[in-house]
Design a protein. Structure first.
Length: 186
C-alpha cells in the first residue's frame, strides 16, 4: 500500500558545503510537495516570509474548474475565487502594483476584507442555495447593494435580480401619483 502524502510543507534545507567544508549555499526554506522541492528564497531566519510563500503556493495549487456545471454543484467559494482573480488583475493594472505591493493600496485591502466576509458567510454554500429567502436571512437587502446582493450580482443572471423595466416604470408612476405628482405618461 502506498504511503499517504504529507501535503505541501516547509522544510529547512541545511547549508551546503564544498569538499573543504566551506559553506557554498546558506540554509534556506523550501516547500516540499509530493517529492517536489520549490525554493522560497527565504533564509533560515525568515520564517514568517517562508510561511507566507507556503500559503501562496497552496493557494496557487487550487484553481476552480471553469466549465458548465449544475448550479447545485458550484460552491460559492469557487465563484468568489474566479471573481477575485479577475478583479485583482484590474486592481494591478489600475494602481500599477504587483502581488507583493497590492496591500499598500486601500481599495485592495477593503476589497479583500469584503471577499473574506462574503466567503465566511457564503463560501460553504452552493449557488443553488442562494435565493431571496437565504439572502433575507442575512438581514440585508439586495436592493440596497448589501453584501449578499454582491453574491447575486456575481452569480445570477441580471433577470433574476432586477425586476423587469416595465415593473420599475409602473412602480415609479404609482409612487408619483401617491405623492400628488402625475408622473410620466405611459
Amino acid at each position: 500500500m502506498p504511503r499517504r502524502s504529507k501535503g505541501a510543507r516547509l522544510q529547512l534545507r541545511a547549508a551546503r558545503r564544498d569538499k573543504r567544508g566551506k559553506i557554498t549555499h546558506q540554509a534556506t526554506w523550501i516547500i516540499r510537495d509530493n517529492g517536489r522541492d520549490v525554493g522560497t528564497g527565504c533564509a533560515a531566519d525568515e520564517i514568517a516570509a517562508a510561511e507566507k510563500k507556503l500559503k501562496e503556493y497552496i493557494d496557487s495549487k487550487y484553481t476552480p474548474k471553469r466549465r458548465v456545471r449544475h448550479i447545485d454543484d458550484i460552491p460559492i467559494a469557487d465563484v468568489l475565487s474566479i471573481y477575485i482573480d479577475a478583479q485583482f488583475e484590474k486592481f494591478r493594472d489600475r494602481f500599477g502594483v504587483d502581488s507583493e505591493t497590492e496591500d499598500a493600496v486601500a481599495a485592495v485591502r477593503k476589497f479583500k476584507k469584503r471577499i473574506e466576509r462574503l466567503n465566511d458567510w457564503w463560501g460553504a454554500k452552493t449557488l443553488g442555495e442562494v435565493n431571496v429567502r437565504s439572502v433575507a436571512r442575512t438581514g440585508s437587502s439586495v436592493a440596497t447593494g448589501a453584501v449578499p446582493g454582491a453574491i447575486l450580482r456575481i452569480c445570477a443572471p441580471p433577470s433574476a435580480i432586477m425586476p423587469p423595466r416595465d415593473f420599475i416604470a409602473r412602480s415609479s408612476r404609482s409612487h408619483c401619483r401617491k405623492r400628488g405628482n402625475p408622473g410620466t405618461n405611459g
